[in-house]
Design a protein around this ligand. Structure first.
Ligand code: SAH
Ligand code: SF4
Ligand code: F3S
Length: 463
């Protein structure tokens, strides 16, 4: 895998930025970043903020009056794109009031030629558009634009990995840790492989040193990220697969948890389930999207596993970890899906009993094979199926919560509760429990006994 060093590539621009920013803004400039989409984008935005802070910007939450505003976008469904166009459109007025403002659009949506052209033509106040492969060149783009270059549109692709980008993390005890980028699977409905490029794994030394640094800084919950973490290391010369990587991270000394997403069922192995079982720091949670319970639809989706294989993975994981939480993604209304096919999805949901589900109505994406398949079922009908699925899951979710009552869990306090005097924490699975506490509990592990369920689990502390 070809690796590039951010500092080596960008140093000329980084070193000149303080002078440029001082000359133009005559005060510490501010930057506001809006992030859409999955955790990969959240993680990318943390690196974008890292670069901006290094150049001398302060990060703010409000776009109005900010000197740099960036939209890090998602293209996975049509709705995600519509929202971005609406929000970028609203920036026109801000820029009128503050002409020195730089507006940028990056991320998965921007990686598409058609989106780049539309912004070029219809959003003349957008200064920079850049794709997922060139995010590390932000200092160069800003430097050039602030020095009078014409608007910049850069969506070239590159198959290398960029290391040493500074990170400004959003949280103090939960961290995202990307282990690989891109995707090779080409599920027939999905745009990700087109906008993120081919799959490439970071070297284990880079991942382990970032993980060690996080633990040393006091991070308690590390989520390893990749579109399909189960194929980590495939085709690389370092000879370590995902199960092996988990074991190595688990060996790092310290009291912390390891999570990961996403797992593709076709590459989920017994070796991985064994590693999860053996590693005490690895969460008892497997996010294993099945998308559809019908073998006919799975084949049209190019998912390359069957309902039977999926169910056997569920069984093997529960054999090893009886307390494991399973979650999944489902697409309702794939082209050609019939009500009978949908009923197979429902029956799989009832059979597996997931802790929670992420459910989506099929959205045709540009240039994906599924966008050209016959799709006779109306949106309204798909909406009815979708609601039916939600109802079934609601009941199951409630039953799973009821089973938690009376149990004691070690939770990582990671949020405020809904009422004053209450804090919230995650179990090593996916459950969230609220208990009496204050902000000094944030980032600490606390034992709680679940007493009852209202909308959430409510528990008392046990010392
Ligand atoms: N790599 C991950 C998921 C990435 S996208 C995986 O393979 O599981 C997250 C989810 O969005 C997918 O699991 C799928 O359920 C949903 N999704 C992707 N493309 C979609 C589309 N065109 N329409 C509706 N949902 C889609
Ligand atoms: Fe999309 Fe499939 Fe790749 Fe996931 S595995 S990102 S659903 S193509
Ligand atoms: Fe969206 Fe890109 Fe993630 S399309 S789901 S932000 S990889």
């Amino acid at each position: 895998m070809k690796v590039k060093d951010y500092k080596e590539e960008q140093q000329v621009y980084i070193s000149r930025m303080p002078e440029v920013l001082g000359r133009i803004y005559k005060r510490t400039p501010t930057a506001c970043i809006f992030t859409y989409g999955c955790q990969q984008n959240v993680s990318d935005s943390e690196r974008i903020k890292g670069m901006l802070c290094e150049m001398g910007y302060t990060i703010v939450d409000e776009a109005e009056g900010a000197d740099f505003v960036l939209y890090n976008t998602c293209a996975v469904r049509g709705h995600a794109e519509d929202r971005v166009y609406g929000n970028v459109g609203a920036m026109k007025h801000y820029k009128k009031r503050h002409p020195e403002m730089i507006i940028a659009v990056c991320g998965c949506m921007a990686q598409q030629e058609s989106v780049k052209d539309r912004i070029k033509k219809s959003y003349p106040y957008v200064d920079l558009v850049f794709g997922t492969h060139v995010q590390y060149r932000l200092p160069e783009f800003l430097y050039k634009r602030l020095n009078g270059s014409p608007r910049i549109f850069e969506i070239s692709e590159g198959e290398e990995i960029i290391e040493n980008i500074p990170v400004r993390r959003d949280g103090d005890f939960k961290a995202w840790l990307p282990i690989m980028y891109g995707c090779n699977n080409f599920c027939s409905y999905c745009i990700v492989p087109y906008v993120r490029g081919r799959e490439r794994s970071r070297h284990p030394d880079e991942i382990l040193s970032e993980a060690r640094e996080l633990v040393a800084k006091g991070y308690k919950d590390i989520t390893l990220l990749g579109q399909n973490v189960n194929s980590y290391g495939a085709g690389c010369d370092f000879n370590l697969n995902f199960a092996g990587l988990l074991r190595k991270i688990n060996d790092i000394e310290g009291d912390f948890r390891i999570r990961f997403m996403t797992s593709h069922p076709k590459d989920c192995t017994i070796e991985l389930l064994d590693a999860m079982k053996d590693c005490e720091k690895v969460s008892r949670h497997l996010h294993l999207p099945f998308q559809s319970g019908s073998n006919r639809i799975l084949s049209l989706m190019n998912r390359r596993y069957t309902r039977e294989k999926y169910l056997s993975l569920v069984e093997e994981s529960r054999l090893r970890m009886p307390d494991i939480s399973l979650t999944s993604d489902i697409i309702v209304g794939f082209p050609g899906e019939t009500y009978e096919d949908f009923c197979e999805t429902l029956s799989l949901v009832e059979q597996v009993r997931f802790s929670s589900l992420f459910t989506f109505i099929f959205s045709p994406r540009n240039n994906t094979p599924a966008a050209n398949m016959e799709d006779p079922v109306s949106r309204e009908e798909k909406g009815k199926w979708f609601d039916e699925l939600l109802k079934v899951q609601e009941k199951i979710g409630r039953q799973i919560s009821e089973e938690c009552v009376g149990q004691v869990y070690r939770v990582l306090c990671d949020d405020y509760g809904r009422k004053d005097g209450k804090m919230a924490g995650h179990t090593i699975g996916t459950a969230v429990v609220e208990f009496d506490g204050d902000e000094t509990d944030l980032g600490k592990f606390i034992n709680v006994k679940v007493e009852k369920i209202s909308n959430v689990l409510e528990g008392t502390r046990i010392d």
